[in-house]
Design a protein around this ligand. Structure first.
Ligand SMILES: CC(C)(COP(=O)(O)OP(=O)(O)OC[C@H]1O[C@@H](n2cnc3c(N)ncnc32)[C@H](O)[C@@H]1OP(=O)(O)O)[C@@H](O)C(=O)NCCC(=O)NCCS
Length: 143
């Protein structure tokens, strides 16, 4: 059964293990540090007891920033990413957050399609932002 719940630093190991299978964004210490921050909210999507997706976002005043989002590679394109983001949209609405931001590489075509689908708009391009020389797109969604 699919279950979405808030997670915290106690779940940093399972987030790290999921991330290892996906985009390898943070090491285990970075996961722990990130999930310990008081302005960070993290949500996990579970099938039984296995974590299949994670979203980490920051809430500051009336704005939020998605800092991390990924779904287990074997479970992509089954609506799990959408479920996670809709949960965040709901939470942002309840807390009167006006805008959600995120940053994504221009090379990450699947993420670009996903964020287009969800109605995020590009508001700024950061040229050669990533180590591989690719541009970053700053995207925004009004709540
Ligand atoms: C981006 C990501 C989170 C999407 O999660 P997902 O669970 O696969 O996405 P969903 O199944 O909820 O897709 C919702 C819609 O987004 C779009 N979409 C998602 N993946 C897509 C792809 N590979 N190609 C084209 N469109 C895609 C589609 O419109 C899809 O709706 P549909 O399946 O009915 O056509 C997932 O691909 C992922 O984990 N990628 C690696 C990590 C990453 O790049 N994170 C973003 C960093 S900024």
């Amino acid at each position: 059964m699919i279950n979405i719940k808030e997670i915290n630093a106690k779940n940093s190991k399972s987030c790290y293990e999921l991330d290892l299978k996906s985009i390898k964004h943070w090491n285990q210490n970075q996961w722990k540090n990130e999930l310990e921050k008081d302005y960070v909210t993290a949500i996990g999507i579970y099938l039984n007891n296995s974590i299949l997706g994670v979203c980490v976002f920051h809430k500051i005043y009336d704005e939020a920033e998605i800092r991390y989002l990924s779904v287990h590679p074997s479970y992509k394109r089954r609506g799990l990413g959408k479920k996670l983001i809709y949960k965040i949209f709901k939470e942002c609405k309840n807390e009167n957050i006006k805008r959600i931001f995120l940053e994504v590489s221009i090379k990450n075509k699947q993420a670009l399609s996903f964020y287009d689908y969800l109605g995020f708009k590009t508001i700024c391009i950061r040229k050669k932002y990533y180590k591989d020389g690719s541009d970053a797109l700053l995207k925004e969604k009004k709540c």
